[in-house]
Design a protein around this ligand. Sequence first.
Ligand code: UFG
Length: 329
Amino acid sequence: MRILVTGGAGYVGSHVVKLLGERGHQVLTYDNLSTGHRWAVLYGELVEADLGEEGKLEEVFQVFRPEAVMHFAASVVVPESVREPLKYYRNNVENAFKLIGVCLRFGVKAFVFSSSAAVYGVPEEVPVKEEAPLRPINPYGSSKVMVEQALEDCSRAYGLPYVSLRYFNVAGADPEARIGQASREPTHLITRALKAAAGRLPRIEIYGTDYPTPDGTCIRDYIHVEDLAEVHLLSLEYLLDGGRSRVYNCGYGRGHSVREVIEEVKRVTGVDFSVVEGPRRPGDPPELVADPSRIKAELGWSPRYGDLGSIIETAWRWERRLEDVLREA
Ligand code: UFG
């Protein structure tokens, strides 16, 4: 099958491109390389272009004729979205609308969208079900809600079948350490803790120890990027089998506190790096854990890396290779 992947040179996108390539699909990555990397695209062609260039996008569709589209390309840094909301509405909303329009013109049969748990804001009930109210608390989350709304309306009006995947906390890397999280200034907990273990950060700070959780730190549902990649493939197969448009929470349904994560990083790496306790980071919900019942029941998803240790081990292997990869690039 011919699949066009926007943002295929980024963190999650590149793992999905790898899986699609391994399963024999014909993949084309469309990425402006603003945060992605050429070396991360392990299969298929890479077209370096921006989604804002609608003419270019149409040209690529004309030649490649994708049967399915997976849309990862987006800006993803929550605090940045608060400072620069228009950047998020342009990159995440306007560009998605353009892409949806082109998909409709070219008769794309399936559309898989990268959404986020950020659509829920601070959920009232945990584990979070897909029916929970959408109350984003930052422009990043709002941008995802807007695209989901557009997809729902377009699906109804024009029959574009889609699946929207609401990612919880994605982490981990390719077990062979060929690709992984490659941001120079990561904000995510596991990546930062591993950088502290590698001596690339002097210490890690815990953002808040007075939350209403058993150890006072925030709880998250960390999902391995390889398991998440599998969800994308299952979503595609589901849509092509005639499945109706659907939204799924992507997580294991099991939470880990910040302290637990840091302890596990110390255990896996064998490094006792420095940890300091600091104030809360604005906008962090105390607990964010997915209810994965729907995705398991409807897509038959069974995760392979459901323990925190494997997530951290693969990410650690990658973290130790990263500087060499960036130097060679
Ligand atoms: N944290 C620390 N120290 C750090 C980094 C993070 O204590 O150096 C804490 C955070 O405060 C939070 C937890 O670790 O409690 C996880 O933080 P991350 O930054 O790793 O991830 P988030 O939960 O903030 O982000 C995730 C997704 C976003 C999504 C958001 C919705 O990565 O895409 O959930 O709340 F928008």
